[in-house]
Design a protein around this ligand. Structure first.
Ligand code: ZN
Length: 291
């Protein structure tokens, strides 16, 4: 497996592929008819679309810290759930990705969670021999937006299925949980943009250096096909809020030539945006190494 890397100012950036999965295409595109979205990403015989869980490892040359943004769905699912989501770790997985870049799990000092839906935080823990929960990254501080933590630990009935107790519990009891305010600055050049439409308190890490900006867009823009404004996921808690947040974000992304890192896109790793007469589209897709 060849994995991308690059440097941006004080930061070394490494792509961490954690695995592939599939989600219902209808749920991924909300009110958009299948005749339209299936041209962008064709569905399988169960109406699911291929997705990936692509994370980012950031080595700060200024502080020596090693940040990991999200960590995929992990290995705690039973067979039934694995089949529903068709989780595939045969090629891409956390171990292979860390090995390929020459890092170990012990090296990670900080995990920045965009949010705690299962496909973003499941890799934090795994079941040991006696089915006890173990921490994958024993030295990492876990950063979660405070409003999101309150939501994740007391979810409404619609969002509950995304917050799995076996993912949340180890964070709670770790003694290493750090609740941050919206727009937290982790260090100079590494901040986060708050968005609340997909779920309360999602944060999008933003890395700046060498006159360039990279934003980890997580579930604000799960794939490059989600760029048109009304193409909002059915999974979103507050879709109209997503619509407004997307417009504001894409305007900035287009005018400042931001490089957007895609967590779930099975094909494109990164994209840039262009705006024409109030309409947004992808100007190019590329890899982290091509940044
Ligand atoms: Zn999510």
């Amino acid at each position: 497996m060849s994995l991308s890397k690059t440097t941006l100012g004080n930061f070394e950036l490494y792509t961490i592929e954690t695995g592939d999965f599939r989600l219902d295409g209808g749920a991924m595109f909300g009110v958009v008819p299948k005749t339209l979205w299936s041209k962008g990403i064709p569905a399988d015989d169960k109406n699911r679309i291929p997705m990936t869980m692509r994370c980012l490892l950031i080595k700060s040359q200024a502080t020596g810290k090693l940040y990991l943004i999200d960590n995929g769905a992990g290995t705690k699912f039973n067979e039934k759930m694995e089949n529903i989501y068709q989780l595939d770790y045969s090629q891409k997985n956390l171990e292979n990705s860390f090995k390929a870049h020459g890092f170990s799990f012990e090296d990670v000092t900080d995990i920045i969670f965009t949010h705690l839906h299962f496909d973003h935080c499941g890799g934090t823990s795994y079941y040991g021999k006696d089915q006890e929960l173990k921490h994958t990254f024993p030295n990492a501080t876990y950063h979660v937006v405070k409003a999101h933590w309150e939501n994740a630990t007391d979810p409404n009935a619609r969002e509950k299925a995304s917050f799995l107790p076996e993912n949340i519990e180890p964070l709670k009891t770790s003694g290493r949980l750090n609740l941050v305010e919206e727009e937290h600055e982790y260090e100079a050049g590494l901040t986060a943009i708050p968005v609340n439409g997909h779920t309360k308190g999602q944060q999008l890490p933003k890395i700046e250096g060498d006159g360039k900006t990279l934003v980890f867009v997580a579930d604000l823009l799960p794939t490059h096909v989600h760029v048109p404004l009304p193409w909002v996921m059915g999974y979103d808690m507050y879709p109209v809020q997503t619509l407004n947040e997307k417009e504001r974000f894409l305007k900035q992304a287009a005018s400042h030539h931001w490089n957007l890192f895609l967590e779930h896109d099975a094909e494109a790793e990164m994209m840039q945006i262009q705006e024409q007469d109030g309409r947004f589209s992808v100007s190019k897709t590329f890899t982290l190494g091509e940044l």
